[in-house]
Design a protein. Structure first.
Length: 294
């Protein structure tokens, strides 16, 4: 007997050997395990360590579509969750799972919570993170919007453009960086100015590896590329760090046709009438100069 049935049988004995375990999975695939037990446990292909100082408040769970929220608190540790990684945003939106486990027989366990990290704050060498349940996603508006611009995200399933192609991705190294937001880059290939505007920049080496942001401005200055992001990257970067740039899209039909040759997948409505057409009334006069319409 194992799993939920096993832990139910254990609870029925009246003497319990229970602890809590959490697994945190970041967006870059790094997975960390924590437990409030006094020794390490292992299951689900993860090692749950006790020396991290992480703990969580009682889970708030309910039936229906109400959002199940709780909170995790812990000490900032160089061996586990570091302040530098939190500042860099590596834990933003990370997935978290919480189990109730019989520590003497870890196969007897029950998954109590699965969700994502919400607001994360730091103070006095410790951190506090809000845990948001899966039903939080029900608060996000979905569905198509009738508008002239394309509603697809470049490279997603609706768009269908393969951004891994040589024509849509540039690689190079940092020559200089200002305020974590403005880069002078030496690219390995030549691209026309503004090719990467509204695209994505990703740091491929160095302390900031894996971090990235949306590109606001892309200009050619001599032999170098000047790339400015909308938001600064919250990590150290140095000359020589490798960078990957992905082409951007301004959501216009002309761009979809000429830049990406992808007009069949265009998800906008370029012929949608404007407000002036909707409120116009029949008239024999074709001139629209503001004069009398007799």
């Amino acid at each position: 007997m194992s799993g939920v049935a096993g832990i139910d049988a254990h609870l029925a004995t009246g003497t319990t050997e229970l602890c809590r375990c959490w697994r945190l999975t970041r967006g870059d695939g790094v997975s960390l395990g924590f437990t409030d037990h006094d020794r390490a446990l292992a299951f689900e292909g993860c090692d749950f360590r006790p020396e991290t100082g992480l703990s969580a408040r009682t889970l708030s769970q309910s039936t229906g579509l109400a959002v199940d929220n709780t909170e995790a608190i812990g000490a900032l540790s160089d061996a586990a969750i570091t302040e530098a990684d939190i500042v860099a945003g590596r834990y933003d939106g990370a997935m978290i799972e919480a189990w109730l486990v019989q520590w003497s027989q870890p196969e007897n366990r029950v998954l109590q919570f699965r969700g994502n990290l919400g607001e994360l704050t730091r103070s006095g060498g410790a951190f506090s993170a809000e845990l948001r349940g899966l039903s939080e996603r029900m608060n996000v508006a979905t569905g198509r919007v009738y508008q002239r611009a394309c509603t697809a995200v470049l490279g997603d399933a609706e768009c269908g453009v393969d951004l891994t192609g040589a024509g849509f991705r540039g690689t190079g190294e940092i020559v200089s960086v200002t305020d974590g937001r403005v880069f002078m880059l030496a690219l390995s290939a030549v691209f026309v100015p503004r090719w990467f505007e509204r695209g994505h920049c990703r740091i491929a080496s160095g302390p900031a590896q894996g971090l990235g942001g949306a590109i606001k401005i892309d200009r050619v200055e001599g032999d170098l590329r000047r790339v400015e992001l909308w938001d600064r990257l919250r990590s150290e970067m140095a000359v020589g760090d490798q960078v990957q740039l992905s082409a951007g899209c301004d959501k216009r039909m002309e761009t979809c046709r000429l830049k990406f040759a992808n007009i069949l997948n265009f998800r906008g409505f370029p012929d949608l009438p404007g407000d002036d057409w909707l409120i116009a009334h029949p008239s024999r006069v074709s001139a629209r100069d503001g004069g009398s319409r007799r």
